[in-house]
Write a protein that binds this ligand. Structure first.
Ligand SMILES: NC(=O)c1ccc[n+]([C@@H]2O[C@H](COP(=O)([O-])OP(=O)(O)OC[C@H]3O[C@@H](n4cnc5c(N)ncnc54)[C@H](O)[C@@H]3O)[C@@H](O)[C@H]2O)c1
Length: 452
């Protein structure tokens, strides 16, 4: 993970450019990074938050490494089905005696463990979260919350029935950039949002999930049958283990892998917490014909209570990750490191070009009158100022982990709880259902199902 620290300072940066009817300025403002504080470091051992880690793979290793840098937080056990990751957990924690196991239930049974951080493949999320809640443990579970629509509702029920803190892992939800976008939107920066565009493109094998399996992976070092969970039983396959995102039996495609982050950030920015009314998707496997069954290009148009949300995700051409919020007063562009606000006046800056269809004399008079009524007073020309807010990487997991650990102590609810996580995940399932059914789909709240 990239780590950056910014101190509060705002400054005017270069750029002044002439624009029609006025001056265009660009100002850059540095946002404070969230300090990793709140849980004092010098606390009695009894006041620390002790967590057990389930899944120490690509994401889990980052979460584990990040979590143990948070003051007052301690990892006291780790579970993984692949033994190589027991070694990795001990290396990350620099604790050769860290208890490790293939059986996560052992962590859930331990009384000295306050909560769980889980980074297992999507087809394991429901079981781990439901088991953790039923065992009385709070849990941070990676995104997308669920592998199926039914899974998500079972997880919400388990969280509510057991009164557990469940936080889902779309980390940008806890970023300073997302908070700033939320405040600006609710202060009326762009007016009422009329359309949202969420886009992201990659163009390399790693971006397309063609990860190299660990060289020593075998049925001896991995509990393959358990790893499969409720997926179809197939012989040991190291590619399915490392590249599970490529197959629907284990993953949720680019929708659950990438779109869910964009949707979660959008929901926080706009203050939405709902399932879209409908989704219509187009896509296919255009580039990575490696046996996968999930699309590598997925475009979706959602209807969120009448607001169109267009999503474009592709693994064939690299494009920046961007959430664009559009309203009558301008645009908010949210990216990984910055948020750009481009205000728009929404008025004509010169007489309409429609007047070229007037006969010459009529046009002349109209234009003269228009300028008399609209031209700014000399020296008081309008200045349009774009503002770029630069902030700590919205992909840093530590602020989101800290939100969770604080909630474990305070018992105060988190933003990205099971209901929020479920709403975001159901949208991803609708995108996948529309793609596979090759039809528009709608959400049926009464039956909690996706209909064609
Ligand atoms: N928030 C993010 O930015 C982000 C980034 C990457 C991945 N993720 C999410 O994290 C999760 C894990 O992804 P990954 O790339 O780390 O996968 P991975 O395959 O690299 O690691 C998953 C690990 O979980 C272990 N595992 C599976 N079932 C288990 C079980 N029942 N008990 C114990 N261990 C088990 C596997 O052995 C493996 O080591 C996914 O849900 C993914 O979507 C989130």
């Amino acid at each position: 993970m990239k780590k950056r620290n910014f101190s509060r300072r705002a400054f005017l940066q270069g750029g002044a450019a002439a624009a029609a009817g006025g001056l265009l300025l660009t100002r850059t403002v540095m946002l404070d990074a969230q300090p990793l504080s709140g849980i004092p470091q010098a606390v009695a051992p009894s006041d620390r938050v002790r967590f057990g880690m389930i899944g120490i793979g690509m994401q889990g290793s980052g979460l584990l490494g990040g979590a143990i840098t948070i003051p007052g937080v301690e990892c006291v056990g780790a579970a993984d089905l692949y033994d190589g990751r027991h070694t990795l957990a001990k290396e990350i924690t620099a604790n050769p005696s860290l208890p490790t196991t293939r059986h996560y239930q052992e962590l859930l049974d331990r009384k000295d463990i306050d909560c769980i951080v889980a980074a297992v493949p999507d087809h394991w999320h429901k079981r781990v979260v439901v088991d953790a809640c039923n065992a009385g443990k709070d849990i941070y579970c990676e995104k997308p919350m669920s592998h199926t629509v039914a899974d998500g509702f079972a997880m919400v029920e388990a969280a509510q029935k057991n009164n557990r803190i469940v936080q889902i892992g779309s980390q940008r939800v806890s970023s300073v950039l997302c908070a700033k976008a939320h405040d600006m939107y609710h202060d009326g920066a762009i007016g009422d949002v009329e359309m949202v565009e969420l886009t992201l493109g990659r163009n390399d094998p790693t971006g397309a999930w063609e990860y190299p399996p660990p060289p020593d992976l075998s049925p001896q070092t991995l509990d393959w049958d358990t790893w499969l969970n409720d997926a179809p039983k197939i012989p040991f396959n190291n590619l399915h283990f490392a590249r599970w995102r490529c197959w629907r039996a284990y993953g949720t495609g680019v929708a659950g892998d990438l779109m869910v982050h964009l949707l979660s950030g959008m929901m926080v920015t706009l203050g939405w917490n709902e399932i879209p009314r409908s989704a219509i998707a187009l896509g296919g496997i255009y580039r990575w014909k490696d046996g996968r069954d999930m699309p590598d290009l997925h475009t979706v148009l959602f209807d969120y209570h009448g607001i169109p949300v267009y999503v474009r995700l592709g693994l064939g051409t690299e494009t920046p990750e961007l959430a664009r919020f559009m309203g009558p007063k301008g645009i908010l562009d949210a990216g990984e490191f910055d948020l750009k606000y481009s205000p728009q006046a929404g008025v004509d800056m010169d007489p309409s070009y429609y007047t070229f269809s007037f006969p010459a004399k009529m046009r002349e008079e109209y234009v003269k009158q228009w300028h008399a009524e609209h031209d700014p007073v000399l020296g008081k020309e309008p200045v349009r100022e774009d503002v770029v807010y630069r902030g700590h990487d919205w992909d840093d997991m530590r602020p989101h982990l800290q939100t969770f650990f604080r909630a474990v102590k305070s018992r105060k609810p988190v933003v990205e709880d099971a209901v929020f996580g479920n709403n975001a995940a159901v949208a991803c399932h609708m995108a996948n259902e529309s793609y596979f059914r090759q039809k528009p789909v709608t959400w049926d709240a009464a039956s909690k199902t996706v209909k064609s």
